[in-house]
Design a protein around this ligand. Structure first.
Ligand code: PHE
Length: 450
């Protein structure tokens, strides 16, 4: 079986693909806007702690199950046990993961379509035709559907080429471009008047806010979404990792790079908001909170870029290019989940599986677009707020309780010979059995009760 499956060609290949999955709209859009609406530095601090306390251990659970079973999530979990009841639970969990990954992609492609449309919009601005009739800049059902379709086709085209020639190749091309574009943007925004005020809000924590219960759940949800956890993405990527790789170390790189890029994005967006304020653009909503969500990215920031003339149009172009790239390296990892499932369960070819699955997901995107008010927010809440943490609990339980301890140790020791003496092995197994599921559950229940 494993010889027919794809594999990443090197550790670097895996790290770029996995960070490509992790780094997406969650980092560049979600993290800065959550930070802005939860008291700046306080949120950053809690986020960092939760990432290493909860999200990194959960990431390891997925990578280990994936590499151990060499299967997609639906095939993988039942393989960890011989007990029929547990097998059935494993299968159901896997199917739930595949469904959620597909639903996340269905709304992600809509948002990515909005952002991609801003690229030609910025080009129109650069050529000097600054008019209200910039079709690309304004949302319309037809524009949104077309760009969602374009984004879905790009995603499918990469996934159809397979692990090494599609996912790995494109991630290693796009990720360095993303980091360079981001560094350039941060450097230019920080020189503009007003930026320092934003920087202060971002890095100085307001400790009074740290006990706010909404802050904890938001930070946890953000950490899970950002590391692509729960839905089997990291599990599938883990199933393509070579047995000679040191998994705990590789996973730590992924978590560190993901967090680093989220932090960098905050250095860009929050100062940019205060630059906008300095130029007379409104950045607080009527409830006196910082504008977040689509209004920030699709209105406030474009207004800022427009107010900066030619240079601004250019910054806008790079900014939206950056967001589109980040979205693409994440969307391919979401599509990979149902595609590997279809491929391994129904024994069809990769291109066929990709075409089929991508068409179904695009139809769901259209359904959401045409019933936007009713569906868009509801799908996001159901998938990211509820399902991802819940699936995270199941995956931790499977790694900690169902996968036999000897097998667990055997799996981690591949590529990491002295694992038994390591700090990782002293802490992680207990963590994944007790602390992770318990903490996630508590926060989850607390969230529902509130
Ligand atoms: N981690 C991605 C982001 O930050 C989103 C994602 C979620 C990707 C789930 C794959 C699976 O945007």
């Amino acid at each position: 079986m494993s010889s027919e499956r794809g594999q990443f060609s090197s550790r670097f290949g895996f790290i770029t693909a996995a960070t490509g999955s992790a780094v997406g709209l969650g980092n560049i859009w979600g993290f800065p806007t959550q930070t802005a609406s939860h008291g700046g530095g306080a949120f950053v601090l809690v986020y960092l702690v939760l990432t290493f306390l909860l999200a990194y251990p959960a990431l390891m659970a997925e990578l280990i199950i994936g590499r151990h079973t060499r299967h997609n999530m639906v095939g993988a979990l039942p393989q960890l046990t011989t007990r029929p009841a547990l097998k059935a639970i494993g299968r159901a969990t896997g199917l739930y993961g595949v469904l959620i990954a597909s639903l996340i992609l269905s709304f992600y492609a809509i948002v990515a379509g909005w952002l991609m449309a801003q690229v030609p919009a910025a080009l129109v601005n650069i050529t000097g035709q600054l008019t209200d009739t910039n079709w690309f800049a304004q949302s319309s059902l037809i524009r949104d559907s077309l760009f969602c379709a374009l984004f879905s086709v790009l995603t499918a085209a990469i996934v159809a080429r397979g692990v090494k020639d599609g996912i790995e190749r494109w991630s290693t091309r796009l990720m360095p471009a993303l980091v360079l574009l981001m560094l350039g943007l941060v450097a230019s925004v920080l020189t503009l008047p007003g930026a320092m005020e934003g920087l202060r809000l971002y890095v100085v924590p307001d400790f009074g806010l740290i006990t706010d219960p909404g802050l904890l759940t938001s930070a946890m949800g953000q950490a899970f979404f950002s590391l692509s956890l729960g839905v089997g993405t990291m599990l599938v990527y883990g199933s393509y990792v070579s047995k000679t790789d040191n998994l705990p170390l590789t996973g730590a790189y992924v978590a560190l790079i993901d967090t680093g890029i989220a932090f960098l994005a905050g250095l860009l967006i929050i100062p940019a908001m205060f630059v906008a304020q300095h130029r007379g653009i409104k950045i607080y909503s009527s409830e006196n909170t910082l504008i977040a969500g689509p209004d920030l990215i699709l209105q406030t920031l474009p207004e800022l870029f427009n107010s900066l003339g030619f240079v601004g149009a250019f910054i806008g172009l790079i900014f939206f290019l950056l967001l589109s790239i980040a979205a693409l390296t994440s969307s391919i990892s979401m599509l990979e989940v149902p595609v590997t499932f279809a491929l391994e369960q129904f024994k069809i070819s990769r291109s066929r599986a990709t075409g089929l699955v991508a068409s179904v997901i695009f139809s769901i995107s259209l359904l959401i677009l045409f019933n936007f008010e009713q569906l868009f927010g509801a799908v996001i809440t159901a998938t990211t707020k509820y399902s991802q943490p819940l699936l995270g609990v199941f995956l931790c339980v499977f790694a900690g309780w169902v996968l036999h301890r000897d097998k667990l140790l055997g799996e981690i020791s591949e590529g990491f010979t002295d694992v038994e003496k390591s700090l990782f092995w002293k802490i992680w197994p207990g963590y994944i059995r007790f602390i992770c599921p318990l903490l996630i559950t508590i926060m989850f229940v607390q969230h529902i009760v509130n």
